[in-house]
Write a protein that binds this ligand. Structure first.
Ligand code: NAP
Length: 267
């Protein structure tokens, strides 16, 4: 789908990847509704994009609130008209031993990373199906294919988001509505605590810039890609994990002692 003139709703637009994605989509001519909780950040971004000749409005809200999903889709449609693309990008991460995880955090991650994308999709879909045109874009993670120790809750939400994307893509085949799942690898944003970054780096993994991730997402939208996994050798590991998960168990087990130390002292 060419992005020129298209109406795009992006959640998590106040965050690292979301902000860069908003800039990239505006550069490609899309009209944007920007969602997140941080009103000041969103308003500043919308002003900046509009000043550069783009079209963007801020729709601040908390996606863990029960009625927020339909309110957001209704608000975006009232301002932009029919939504062509919904980008479910908002997300939260947690790093640490699962035995010490608290209930509220588990519920919050499930709510923001999984329930919110499903409810936003449900709210946006009827219009897209009527028009026989639209695209749902879910931002997953490499951890949605390779379950990572000390990221148990986060991995669970991203595995489920990948499953949701696949089921929905199959269900919507031939309807004119596309489903795209993009799985970034570790990206340099505020989402990662110092301890999480230290842990990921000691596994030898690379860290991407949010600008480069935003370009990949924008390309995936324009090219209607079903699934994109960012990074090599991550793409290979995803395949190895699918066919020989015990190999990945062994590779990750080698890092166990150091990982426990970092997770217990998340400075
Ligand atoms: N960074 C990585 O290493 C990495 C790797 C793979 C995948 N990803 C995925 O990429 C996406 C974007 O992550 P990021 O790195 O850009 O993280 P980020 O900088 O922390 O941004 C997260 C965004 O989610 C929004 N958000 C969180 N809770 C919310 C809530 N309750 N209601 C509404 N909005 C909420 C935040 O809005 P406010 O700040 O305004 O609350 C913020 O805009 C996420 O889905 C993440 O899982 C990230």
């Amino acid at each position: 789908m060419k992005l020129t003139g298209r109406a795009v709703l992006i959640t998590g637009a106040s965050g690292g990847i979301g902000r860069c994605l908003a800039r990239e989509l505006a550069r490609r001519g899309a009209r944007l509704a920007l969602a997140g909780r941080n009103e000041t950040e969103l308003a500043g971004l919308a002003r900046g994009l509009s000043a550069e000749g783009g079209s963007a409005l801020a729709l601040p809200l908390d996606l863990s609130e029960p009625a927020s999903h339909t309110a957001l889709v209704d608000g975006a449609e009232a301002a932009l008209g029919a939504i062509d693309v919904l980008v479910n990008n908002a997300g939260l991460s947690r790093f640490g031993p699962f035995s010490e995880e608290d209930e509220a955090a588990i519920r919050r991650l499930m709510e923001v990373n999984l329930t919110a994308p499903m409810l936003l999709t449900r709210a946006a879909l009827p219009g897209m199906l009527r028009r026989r045109s639209g695209q749902i874009v879910n931002i997953g993670s490499g951890f949605g294919s390779i379950a990572f120790p000390n990221f148990a809750v986060y991995s669970t939400t991203k595995f489920a988001l990948r499953g949701f994307s696949e089921a929905l893509r199959r269900e919507l085949g031939g309807s004119g509505v596309a489903v795209t799942y993009v799985a970034p690898r570790t990206t340099d944003t505020a989402m990662n605590t110092k301890a999480a970054l230290e842990f990921v780096e000691q596994t030898g993994a690379a860290v991407d810039t949010p600008e480069s991730v935003a370009q990949v997402i924008a390309d995936a939208i324009e090219n209607g890609r079903p699934e994109v996994y960012i990074g090599w050798p991550e793409r290979l590991f995803v395949r190895v994990n699918a066919v020989a998960p015990r190999l990945v168990d062994r590779a990750l087990a080698g890092k166990t002692r150091k990982r426990r130390q970092i997770a217990r002292n998340p400075a």
